[in-house]
Ligand binder design. Sequence first.
Ligand code: 5GP
Ligand code: ZN
Length: 113
Amino acid sequence: MSCIFCKIANGEIKTSPVYEDDDVMAFDDLKPQAPVHVLVIPKEHIESMGQLSARHKEIAAKLMLAIPSIAEKKKVGQAGYRLVVNSGKDAGQEVMHLHVHMLAGRKFQWPPG
Ligand code: 5GP
Ligand code: ZN
């Protein structure tokens, strides 16, 4: 398995997790696009939103529920943050392992680019 996020999730590539439980992990993005840029992933390899199914209900819930505590840990819960899931080619998904970007620490534009 050559998936970089699977390697991070199974400890093959060492990282300092911002958050971790049995099903979810969060870590700082390698190339941050904002002062705070965290990636939140399921430990299970799910390629993209298109592969998410009812089978993943608990994992998907845990993924979302981890976010407020990650925001608190990064001290951006009050100021706010943007969540982004790039899914597929047109959205510019580069790593084919589902992940939520949490971006914070600056103002973001709307509509997004
Ligand atoms: P995507 O374009 O797939 O939504 O985002 C992939 C993200 O993963 C990018 O923001 C990129 O900087 C980040 N990334 C790619 N490889 C690594 C890595 O090995 N470690 C970490 N921490 N982030 C990575
Ligand atoms: Zn993977």
